[in-house]
Design a protein around this ligand. Sequence first.
Ligand SMILES: [Fe+2]
Length: 344
Amino acid sequence: MHPYPQDQWYVVAWSRDVGRGLSARTVCGEPVVLFRATDGRVVALGDRCAHRRYPLSLGSLVGDVVQCGYHGLTYDCSGTCVSVPGQSRVPSAARVRSYPVLESSGWVWLFVGDPENADARDVPDTHWLDDPGWAAIGDVARIACRYSLLVDNLLDLSHETYLHAGYIGTPEVASTPITTEVDEPGGVVRVSRRMRGAQIPEFYARSTGLSTPIDRWQDIEYRPLGFYRLDSRVAPAGQEPLPGGSDDGAAHMKILYAITPETEGSTLDFWAVARDFALGDEEVTGFLDAMQRTIVQQDVDALEVLELVVAAEERGPGVRELSVRIDSGALAARRMIEKQRAGS
Ligand SMILES: [Fe+2]
């Protein structure tokens, strides 16, 4: 079984981070070099020269060809070698992999499996990242942990109460039961938590101006392996959305995570927070950006500790983990990912 589901789109970069330089990425164990061609499109090639395996990302981009920094072989945007110094004939085996890539609302997605199976319609909707009705911030963190620890973390938000106390967590997050829904054919896990008359955490108090008590909804939609969306709604306690769908007076956020396995011990955590209130307010933007960076770092620190513990236990006699009610979403996600791995 492959360590990662193959026929999937994974986020490999923020669009703003891909330019006319060569940047190296590792996606599902595969070395990839990214660059922007002269016509503006993003190109992703295997990052090992066919000749002596030197990383192409250490070479240079000349027009639309990549020149290896070791012996000067050059490759076009399809990964075909177009020149070999010292000879006129180019061996037909001289090529590197070329990956399907597409850009959508600020993220660059790469299809790691069989290119025949790459369907642009499978790229999740992230329009909140560049929709004028929303204000978005985001970045990427590298976590020295296996992807499954990040999936567990995001599917069980009860940890907000403890790991993120004083930031995004209040006692009600852990004490309010969740509902879990698994749409197996659709490849979606939904976890929902509706808190009534709850305390407002700092994250929402300072950004929305609301105060305790609030109704706070967390509706997670996770599409294994690589895409997670949290629909967050915060409103004065007792205020329900109107039957027509209008929900003025409530604050909504889309908290997005793209999970991209690098290796068996490292994962890229692309995060974004989009809000539908205080759109032009730079102070709110700055506050949320600083707050979310702290929250992400708290997760990074915890998951890196956990990775060391889990890896050490794998080498020894091992200690079995225990699952409880709050794990239903994470367990459903694990089962789905196992099936995806088996199918690829
Ligand atoms: Fe967290």
